[in-house]
Ligand binder design. Structure first.
Ligand SMILES: C[S@@+](CC[C@H](N)C(=O)[O-])C[C@H]1O[C@@H](n2cnc3c(N)ncnc32)[C@H](O)[C@@H]1O
Length: 387
C-alpha cells in the first residue's frame, strides 16, 4: 500500500462527518470512520460520549458502510472535572441525533461506566474506545475493569494520550499498554492511542499496516489522517469567516471558560469549563480548584457568533460574596476584550460575539484568607445573532 493507494482506497476519502468541532476528536474522525468500515466490528463500545463527536463518527461509518456493528455509548451525561459540567441539553441533543439516524443499531446508556460492566460478556467487545475522565487513576480503573471485556485481537482506543498538563494521566497508562502489545499513536490534537489486545490474529486491510513496526506505510497513513485533520480545521475556519458556523453542530451550545490566576497571566491549564444549551435563561455555577486566585478572573465564551445577555455575575469564597455585578459599580468594573461588542441594555450586560476569542475581565479581587472554595455564579441567556 503506497501513499497514493492510501488516498484512493480508504473509505474515509469521501467521508463528510455530520458531527464535528464539538469535542476534542475532530482530528481523528476519518480514522474512526475507516476503523469501523474496514474492521466491521460486531460490537463497539464507547465510554465517554458527551456530545457524540467520536461516537457518531463510528455510527456514521457503521451505517454508511453497512458493517452490521452494534454500537453502545455509555456516559453519565453529567460531565467530569476535565470535560467540565454541562446541562441537560447535551443528553437531549445526543439522544435526538441517535434516534433520528442510528436507532436500529446504536444504544445510548446513561450510566456510570462501572454500573454497566456486567451487561457485557467477557471477550465480547471488538472495539473499545476509552474517553472518560483522564486522571491516571480513572484511566487505570477503566482499563483494568474493561479490558477483560475486549476479545483477543480486538482494538482499544485511548484518547488524550499526549496531554501532560495538570492531573491528566492517560499518557502513563498508554506507555504501559504500549509495552504489552503492538500499537500506534496519532499525535494530532490531544493524541489518540490505537492498541490491539494480544492475539496471533492479523488485522484486515490498512489496520495491519498501521500497527506493524515503523514502516513507510504507517507513516503514509499518519500523513493521510494529518491532512484530513488539516482539512477539517480549514473547514471550521471557513465557517467562522463566512458565518456558517451558526448552522453547524457547534452552534447548539456555548462553552464558558473561566481562567484563574495569581500573577495576571491567563493560561489554558489554569482554567475550567462549563457548557450551556441555548434554550432560555441559565443559572451556571462553577467551582474553581483549591488555591485558585482572582487576579483577575477572565471569562471566555466559545459561542458561534451569538448574543449573550448576562443578568448577573457573582464570585464567592467559602460562600461569602467577593464580587457581585448587582453592586452599584458592578458591571462597569468589568473590562471587555477580544471578539465581542457591547450592545445597549438597561440592566444586563449584552454582548455580541464576533469571533472565536471573546473575553471578560473581572476586577482584581482580594480574596479573604483561609479555606473555602472560590466559585462563580452567572445567570445568562444565549441567543442566535442576526448576520
Ligand atoms: C472527554 S468527554 C468524552 C468526549 C467524547 N468522546 C467526544 O468525542 O467528544 C468525557 C465524558 O465522560 C463522562 N464520564 C467520565 N467519567 C465517567 C464515568 N465514570 N461514568 C460515566 N460517564 C463518565 C463525562 O460525563 C463526559 O461526558
Amino acid at each position: 500500500m503506497g501513499a497514493e493507494i492510501i488516498h484512493t482506497e480508504l473509505p474515509s476519502r469521501h467521508f463528510e462527518p455530520r458531527i464535528y468541532d464539538v469535542g476534542a476528536w475532530t482530528s481523528h474522525l476519518h480514522f474512526a470512520y475507516d476503523l469501523v468500515a474496514v474492521l466491521k466490528p460486531s460490537v463497539l463500545v464507547e465510554l465517554g460520549v458527551d456530545r457524540g463527536e467520536s461516537y457518531f463518527a463510528f455510527c456514521q461509518s457503521a451505517a454508511e458502510n453497512k458493517t452490521g456493528t452494534r454500537c453502545f455509548g455509555v456516559d453519565s451525561w453529567q460531565g467530569d472535572q476535565h470535560a467540565g459540567g454541562y446541562d441537560e441539553t447535551t443528553f437531549a441533543q445526543v439522544s435526538a441525533h441517535n434516534r433520528a439516524n442510528y436507532e436500529a443499531f446504536s444504544t445510548l446508556i446513561r450510566s456510570n461506566f462501572g454500573a454497566v460492566l456486567a451487561t457485557f460478556e467477557s471477550e465480547s467487545i471488538d472495539v473499545l474506545h476509552l474517553d472518560g475522565l483522564h486522571t491516571e487513576a480513572a484511566v487505570r480503573h477503566d482499563i483494568e475493569t474493561w479490558l477483560p471485556k475486549v476479545r483477543p485481537g480486538g482494538i482499544v482506543l485511548l484518547h488524550d494520550v499526549d496531554v501532560r498538563m495538570r492531573d491528566f494521566g492517560a499518557w502513563k497508562i498508554w506507555a504501559e499498554l504500549q509495552a504489552r502489545n503492538r500499537s500506534w499513536t496519532f499525535h494530532d490534537g490531544p493524541g489518540l492511542g490505537v492498541w490491539q489486545k494480544p492475539s496471533a490474529q492479523k488485522l484486515p486491510g490498512f489496520l495491519e499496516e498501521l500497527l506493524a513496526p515503523p514502516n513507510e506505510w504507517n507513516d503514509a497513513l499518519a500523513k493521510y489522517y494529518g491532512e484530513r485533520a488539516g482539512e477539517m480545521q480549514h473547514k471550521i475556519g471557513e465557517h467562522w469567516r463566512d458565518g456558517t458556523i451558526r448552522e453547524t453542530p457547534f452552534a447548539q451550545q456555548t462553552v464558558i471558560q473561566i481562567f484563574y490566576t495569581k500573577d495576571g497571566a491567563h493560561r489554558e491549564e489554569d482554567s475550567v469549563y462549563a457548557r450551556v444549551g441555548h434554550e432560555g435563561w441559565k443559572e451556571v455555577a462553577i467551582d474553581l480548584p483549591c488555591g485558585a486566585e482572582a487576579s483577575p478572573l477572565r471569562i471566555d465564551f466559545v459561542s458561534a457568533l451569538t448574543t449573550i445577555e448576562i443578568e448577573s455575575i457573582r464570585v464567592t469564597k467559602g460562600g461569602r460574596d467577593c464580587f457581585s455585578s448587582a453592586d452599584e459599580s458592578g458591571f462597569s468594573t468589568i473590562r471587555l476584550g477580544g471578539d465581542l461588542e457591547c450592545l445597549p441594555h438597561s440592566s444586563a450586560l449584552k454582548l455580541k460575539i464576533t469571533g472565536v476569542d471573546p473575553q471578560l475581565y473581572l476586577p482584581v479581587i482580594d480574596l479573604p484568607a483561609g479555606e473555602g472554595t472560590l466559585a462563580i455564579q452567572m445567570r445568562l441567556r444565549v441567543s442566535p445573532s442576526q448576520q
